[in-house]
Write a protein that binds this ligand. Structure first.
Ligand code: FRU
Length: 419
């Protein structure tokens, strides 16, 4: 059987999404304190990518934990309010356009030391370095960084380099040569020509425990011209009476894409049908990634309140689906899909959650409401730094928030010694 025929695409339905509820304590991220610490006052960091192996294990190298972050230099001289003070909000909102991938290391998995850029200026072929996954591919210290090259276009790419130990930390080097792997095909996955607001990014490669082959999941939209998607009975799901009206929901067509490597190195890839679609539900299913546990496939993805379709809503946060096979069908976790959302009192406190196989969930602080009498002026305090880590318990098709740890706590699950 051809691999593309094995995939049983699952529709995350409007009926599933109607079950998404704000402020259920078992699926809500605890409040982030307004007085959060900032990792580096000169930088914004957001999407965080812990170094891992292809089986998903979070690793340290010679005792050093390593994270990669989307990063931008804060520009107080460029972004100013009328009174001359720093307009941090405009600076923060503009960061995506100058995103660079940097790395940090720590002995204790939380006191992160800035290591600098992974690729020197000019190495990456497009203007923006967007999210992906750094993989330690052997015990010699070779790393492959899968990431997204954006503007112009959007391509899933890969760059190889290495990690070495220094007298007081680690160093990444030799990330010189970027290979573009693929872009959207217009058949399974929407292209820029089909929709100028298309999403195609965030590769997460993994070895499928079921067949030992190399695959990746990524963020996409279902192919087709913008506005032409039909919302099927599967997309609607088992709706209660009175919920048939979908407004402009045909404009939301998020999906979690799948590709399989055609060679052992993962230099050549074949696109497969999406694992999950959100047609008529949500336009963005970002940073998808797997956790393999108890023989099951847990597929997590982040999404926003503002990308939900008409008639639906839910918090910014991480959503998830579970299956007995890579190829599906999948079932939304907790009935709705919601795993860890922001509380309605602080709807944008965190984003870009990454669920690790040990149940720890890392994310970054976006903005926390700041009352006028607080020491932070404005309506809210911008983050651009690591959020407190949250532990969830995954039990069958349900998840529970069980604990909060320190800011940016990303401990290794295995230490690898390299020469
Ligand atoms: C999630 C995200 C990613 C993308 C990056 C761009 O926070 O939207 O999908 O790679 O941010 O900044």
């Amino acid at each position: 059987m051809l691999l593309q025929d094995k995939v049983i695409t699952t529709a995350w339905s409007r009926a599933d999404a109607l079950k998404v509820k704000f402020d259920d304590p078992t699926t809500t991220q605890p409040i982030v304190d307004l007085k959060f610490p900032v990792m580096d006052e000169t930088l914004f960091i957001w999407d965080t990518m812990p170094l891992k192996k292809l089986d998903g294990t979070i690793v340290s190298v010679n005792g050093w934990s390593v994270i990669f972050t989307l990063t931008a230099t804060r520009e107080p001289d460029v972004y100013k309010n009328k009174d001359g003070s720093y307009d941090i909000t405009s600076d923060w909102n503009a960061r995506h356009g100058r995103a660079r991938i940097c790395y940090w290391y720590a002995k204790d998995g939380q006191s992160w030391i800035y290591g600098g850029r992974v690729m020197a200026e000019g190495v990456s072929p497009t203007a923006r370095e967007w999210a992906g996954t750094p993989v330690l591919i052997n015990e010699e210290g070779d790393i492959e960084l899968y990431y997204t090259c954006v503007s112009p276009g959007a391509a899933i790419a890969k760059v190889r380099g290495c990690i070495t130990e220094t007298s007081d930390g680690i160093k990444l080097s030799d990330f010189h040569s970027v290979t573009k792997l693929f872009s959207a095909d217009g058949f399974y996955y929407q292209t820029e020509e089909q929709n100028i607001y298309w999403n195609f990014r965030d590769p997460s490669p993994f070895i499928n425990p079921g067949d030992g082959k190399l695959y990746m999941v990524f963020e996409g939209n279902v192919a087709g011209e913008r506005g032409t998607h039909r919302i099927t009975s599967e997309d609607l799901g088992n709706l209660p009476p009175g919920y048939e009206e979908v407004g402009g929901a045909r404009y939301q067509a998020g999906c979690i894409g799948l590709a399989v490597a055609k060679d052992e190195q993962g230099d050549s890839w074949q696109l497969l049908p999406p694992l999950i679609t959100a047609v008529g539900v949500n336009d963005q299913t970002e940073r998808p990634h797997f956790v393999f546990k108890d023989g099951k496939y847990y597929l997590f993805t982040i999404s926003h309140q503002y990308t939900y379709a008409d008639g639906l809503t839910g918090p910014d946060g991480v959503y998830g689906f579970v299956s007995d096979s890579l190829f599906g069908p999948y079932e939304p976790l907790n009935g709705s899909g919601l795993v860890l959302g922001n509380p309605s009192s602080q709807p944008f406190q965190t984003y870009s959650h990454c669920v690790m196989p040990n149940g720890l969930v890392t994310s970054f602080i976006d903005s926390v409401p700041a009352p006028e009498e607080s020491e932070y002026d404005g309506d809210y305090r911008i983050g651009g730094t690591e959020a407190p880590t949250v532990q969830i318990k995954i039990e069958g098709n349900r998840t529970f928030v069980v604990k909060t740890y320190d800011y940016g706590f990303i401990p290794p699950m295995e230490n690898i010694f390299i020469q």
